[in-house]
Structures are given as C-alpha cells and as structure tokens.
Write a protein that binds this ligand. Sequence first.
Ligand code: NAP
Length: 532
Amino acid sequence: MAANPEHHDVLVVGAGFSGLYLLHRLRQRGLQAHLVDRAPSVGGTWYWNRYPGCRCDVESMTYSYSFDEELEQEWSWSARYADQPEILRYLNHVADRFDLRRDIQLETSVTAARWDEDASLWRVTTNHGEVTARWFVMATGCLSVPNTPRFPGLDRFAGAWYHTAAWPEDGVDFTGQRVGVVGTGSTGIQTIPQVAAQAEHLTVFQRTPNFSIPAWNGPMDPAAEAARKAIYRETRATARRGPTGDIWPESTSTALAVSAEEREAEYERRWHEGSFSFLSAFHDITTDEAANETAAEFVRNKIRATVTDPAVAELLCPYEHPLGTKRLCVDTDYYATYNRPNVTLVDIKHAPIEEITEAGLITGGTEYAFDSLIFATGFDGMTGALLAVDIRGRNDQSLRDLWAEGPHSYLGLTVHGFPNLFTMTGPGSPSVLSNMMTSIEQHVEWVDECIGHLSEQGQTTIEATPDAQADWDQQVHDEAYATLYPRAASWYMGANIPGKPRVFLPYIGGVGKYTEICADVAADGYRGFVVA
Ligand code: NAP
C-alpha cells in the first residue's frame, strides 16, 4: 500500500457510456475526477461484447448521447441499429473529442473500497495500489459479469469455447466448423443467424424459448436521418418524459377493449415498426395476463408462419412466461435461421446438459460433437459488478452482506451506510427496463449536480437515510408486483444465477416518473438524505 495514495475529488469506475459522460461533466465543473477501467480500452459493454451479430437493439439515433448538440449533429450512424464496432468507434470518438483520456487509467481493476470515517473519504484498492477519493462512483454497468454455468467437464473439452461477453478481439472464423450455441436470450438470438451463415453446422441448445420482434435493420436513410436531426431536441425530451426512455407512442387502449381485428392490425403495425415498440401496443400487455396472451399468441403465429418444420416452430414458441417479462429480443432473421439445412435446435429444458465431454456435450443421453462451443448464457445482472468489489461502508459494513437477501437502495443510486457512493443505473433504478442512454444521462446529470451542489456549499458527505431507503425498496417492489414481470424466471429477478436471491431488481415505474422523483428529491434539499 502506498504511503501517500493518489487522491481525487471523484473516482469513477467504468469507461462505458455512463463513466465517460460523468467524467466530462465533473471536469467541466472544475472537479478533479479520475476514471479507471479494467479493460485495455474505453467502451464498457461495447468493448467486451464483440460476438458475431453484436449490435444495439435500440435505434442508434436514440441510443446515443444527447448532451452535446454538435456531437449529435455531426455524428452519422450508418444503420438504424449500429453494430458493435461502430458503437465502439463512437465511444472512442467521444473520449477524444472531449479530451477524456488524460484522466482515464485503463487496465486498472478495483478490488475493494472502504469508507474512511475519520477522513470522510473512500480508500479504493486497485491492482496498481490504493487511491483515495471524496466521492466514489460505480459506473460498472448492469450486465458486466458474464455468467458461465459450471457444466461438469468443461475443462476437458478439446475444442475451443467462448462466452459471448468475452469474445476474442481478433474475432473467430467458424468456417467449416461444427459449432454449438447454448443460450437463446438477446445475445444468442443476435449471434445464431450469423454463426449459422458461416459454420458447417450449428446446433442450438435452447432451455427457454424467447419472444423476438424483427429489427428491420438497414442502412441509415440520409433523408430520415436529416429529418430526425432537425427535431432532435424534441425527440430527446420525449424520451426523457416517457416510461421507456424511447420515443415510440404508448397506447392508452387496453388490448381486450378493442375488436380482434383492431388488435391484430395494431400488432401487425407494431411488428412492422420493429423492436420494443411492440410492447407498447396496448397499455395492459405487461399488467393483464389475458391481454398479454393476445400479444404472445400473435408472436407465436409469426413463428409458426416463418419456421417450416412445425415441430421446430412449436419448440421455438414461448409459453412459460408472459411476453416481455423476460426481456423482449430483437432480431434479424432469427426464426428463419431454423429453416437452414445446417441448423439443428435441441431442447434442453426437458433434457438438460449432463456434461461436457472431450468431443462436445451430452444431453438426453446423446453426445453432440463440436469444434467450437459458444456460451450465450448471460450475466449476473445489475448486482454482479457492484458485488464483485468488496465495498465496505460505515462500521466496516460489507455491501455483499447487506445485499445478501437482495439489494437495498435509495433511488437505485445510493445506499444507507455507504456515504458518497453512487451506483449508476444500479438496482432500484429504471436502467435495464429503459433505453439505457436516457437513464444513463439522467443519472450522470443528477449525480454531477448533487456533487456540484454539495461542493459549492462546502458539504462533504451525503448519505441516504434508512427510512428513505426502506420506502424506496418498497416502491420498487410494489411497482414490480403490479405487473406480470415477477412471474418470469428472468435475470431481472436474479433467477438465472443459482443461489441469487429472487428480487425484482430494476424500478419499473418508468423513466419519466423516476426522473421527476429524483428532480423533486434534489429540489427539496436532497430529501431522504443526511447531508453534512
Ligand atoms: P440472457 O438473456 O440471460 O440469456 C441467457 C440464455 O442462456 C438463456 O436462453 C438461458 O436460458 C440460457 N442459459 C443460461 N444458463 C443456462 C444453463 N445453465 N443451461 C442452459 N441454458 C442456460 O443473456 P443475454 O442473451 O446475454 O442477454 C442479457 C441481456 O443483455 C439482455 O436481456 C439485454 O438486456 C442485454 N443485451 C442487449 C443487447 C442489445 O442489443 N442492446 C444485445 C444482447 C444483450 P433460460 O432462459 O432458461 O435461463
């Protein structure tokens, strides 16, 4: 441990969308901020996830920064949904454009952080030694710790295996290979058509089928881009006010109040619009089981109409969870991929993977042989990256212990007993249920203004009260249980990680409502916090 650790006003962990913007804001305010990231590059999730087919399934003209009008006007996206290399280029451009790199230290992993009561600062341990900071911001993302299930025998597999979230930087050529993919969430659904087009044979191991809506991706139309740029301020404001952080219209009708023909027509219209707008076709899709079933059956019929083998189509039809309660997927040619002669779908719900062998894997007593195996098996969502660091607050209280039965927070941003710690897009905030960009900018601006306000007032600590936190935990729970979401064994519920507490993690009350609550808390002198 260094005798005199390097000191910063603010230490930010994570060089993704959130950390980069926060660094920019804090520096503009004259604060001395420092950003660290374990990766060798900026980019956060867009650095690590580089699997074939990786792209954002939220439209790039909304999944991009809105804080700088020149950047917004000058940057051109090449497609409706940009792919991973383009998003990574954008983030690198932002790092250069705002001269952020001089305060960024890469290949630096934070392993522990301890609140020093006497000095009122955080002591943060990294692989390069100790750093101290008045304010400590975990901008580590919601989906940063990959989940690789402990299949017995994985270490004896003779071929190559990959997790989609730790993809080799140089890419992988599957030409002529027999490839297996485990996992059919958003990632699997993006990568399966791409790998199928290259491999000699692809076998997909599906535990739970998912609902997927077509992206209708394509090159950016210059006229459409110019039209959107002309009204960028309005659309950004719309995104911030609405529930999803995006700009499609929310229906005010209920699915069962309209005729079957009207309902089908609306689903058809939304289907052809593409992406998550489908979930907003009727306002009760996520709250009423019968309404939800109409949307679910519409998608199942699309699957049946696309996939030529009826048995395969039926296997792809989700029945287990209401539509949307596991994150809706957005695809390019996903279902049609199963019409290819070189693609096989294997159900592992009823015959789980027994073991990995030297040649491949065994399920239902059958061995499948591969050259390569791909795990698109997701993440320890929302809490994984926060709990990967041994964070200790007042009285050496461990965050891991405090959250052993599920997270507690005030506004999804702060935790009682952990002064001056901010968890960007943390559990208890809308984050993953919204266009992340809208939620990230809202959090960055709130945290920056909070730190700025306190610094101007000569105040050095802010801490959530136990009552405010308990009340927020209750609101997060109540909002979730007024919907169908908790019925799914989803990663939103922590259900994908063995032993993880089953608690609905994000705040489902909507971005607009949440933003108003946060603004009101600040305007009311940081109600629910003790400021000293
Ligand atoms: P995921 O949604 O958690 O899907 C993981 C898949 O692996 C599921 O099909 C799961 O089956 C399966 N799986 C996990 N453990 C398994 C096991 N032990 N045996 C067999 N199958 C197993 O993960 P993801 O697809 O990586 O997506 C996670 C999130 O990342 C998304 O929901 C989304 O928020 C984000 N994402 C975003 C984009 C984008 O374009 N913006 C793209 C990709 C991902 P079960 O369903 O049965 O658990």
